[in-house]
Design a protein around this ligand. Structure first.
Ligand code: PHE
Length: 349
């Protein structure tokens, strides 16, 4: 009987020598220790043996099982190690190879410039307030001293939802909403999308974005407005920039002014960029008209305010020498990528 066990042992030892990998090793395990394996096949023989022989045969069966398991286990460890080493060599990463390029999205240039403008005013103590783009005629015009049929409405024609509801032409209605809700001092900027019934060309777009500001207090004056806008211009366009104020007309401010900055290209000498004037117009501003204050519950005898408004596209176009406003909206990736480079507007998460 023990001969049979011995034969199996010999066959196993020679089979084991031929094993080259873990797959073959597993096959060998099944062949010997599996349910239909050589060892299991010896089990039925036990019943024909005497008690004495049974004991002896049982022991040698156990021994051979343990022997095979141990041998298989040892070889498995060796093979695992070898296979891991081979894998590490074959899958070695060549860190000198160029990385796979994947395209990365970026913040839109208008968003970047809007955030910069916001940062400047936040540093001066302003709150950022937003309002609806679909607005009542009441807030967009009437409460800004622009009653129905006022000729100045022609400068800001828009898209009407109905007689009383329209797409806002500026973010000034947010200032009116804030005036209505507030008592006492106000210091806000209102960024957001605006619309006008304009034919699109390099400098006009039916859709654009603005940041407007409003300060209300008992003792604000035009000189505060001047100081604020000079500070803003220096932070936005650099310390050497000169600021010029010209009289203008807006129905909601009195007096009204137009603000220009010295041309950054020719430093005020006059060039093609500034149409030989040395200055570039950047925003409109003025002292809040007493009617506007009164209509929203402020006593103009006690409170005064200044307001200003600028187009974010215009600021971005001046700063980055972009000559077509439509580039902001046509989503040409080649245009947008220019702002994603080092030396363009800084990268942001
Ligand atoms: N709301 C004006 C516009 O969109 C800008 C402006 C704001 C002018 C505040 C004066 C004061 O044209």
């Amino acid at each position: 009987m023990n001969e049979k066990v011995k034969d199996i042992k010999n066959k196993f030892e020679s089979d084991l020598k031929n094993v080259k990998n873990t797959k073959e090793l597993n096959e060998l395990r099944v062949e010997y220790l599996g349910k239909k394996g050589y060892i299991q096949k010896l089990n039925p023989l036990i019943k024909d043996l005497s008690n004495e022989e049974k004991k002896e045969f049982g022991k040698s069966l156990n021994d051979i099982k343990n022997f095979i398991s141990k041998e298989l286990e040892e070889l498995k460890m060796k093979l695992d190690k070898k296979e891991l080493e081979e894998k590490l060599v074959s899958e070695k990463i060549d860190t000198s190879l160029p990385a796979t390029k994947f395209s990365k999205g970026s913040i839109h240039p208008l968003t970047k410039v809007r955030r910069e403008i916001e940062e400047i005013f936040i540093s001066m103590g302003y709150d950022v307030v937003e309002g609806p783009e679909v607005e009542f005629d009441l807030y967009n015009f009437e409460k800004l001293n622009l009653p129905k049929n006022h000729p100045a409405r022609d400068m800001q024609d828009t898209f009407y939802v109905n007689d009383e509801v329209l797409l806002r032409t500026h973010t000034s209605p947010v200032q009116v909403r804030t005036l209505e809700k507030s008592e006492g001092d106000i210091r806000i900027i209102c960024p957001g999308k605006t619309y006008r019934r304009d034919s699109d060309d390099p400098t006009h777009s039916h859709q654009f974005t603005q940041v407007e500001g409003l300060v209300v207090s008992k003792d604000v004056s035009l000189s505060h407005l001047k100081g604020t806008l000079e500070e803003f211009a220096k932070k936005m366009f650099g310390d050497s920039v000169k600021v010029r104020f010209r009289p203008n007309y807006f129905p909601f401010t009195e007096p009204s002014i137009e603000v220009d900055i010295s041309c950054f290209k020719c430093k005020g000498e006059g060039c093609s960029f500034c149409s030989k004037t040395g200055f570039i117009e950047i925003l409109g501003a003025g002292m809040v008209h007493p009617n506007v204050l009164k209509m929203s519950g402020y006593d103009p005898e006690v409170y005064r305010g200044f307001a200003f408004g600028m187009g974010i596209e215009r600021v971005a176009m001046i700063r980055h020498e972009i000559n077509d406003i439509r580039d902001f909206y046509t989503n040409d990736i080649r245009f947008l990528n220019q702002f994603n480079r080092k030396g363009g507007l800084e990268d942001e998460a």
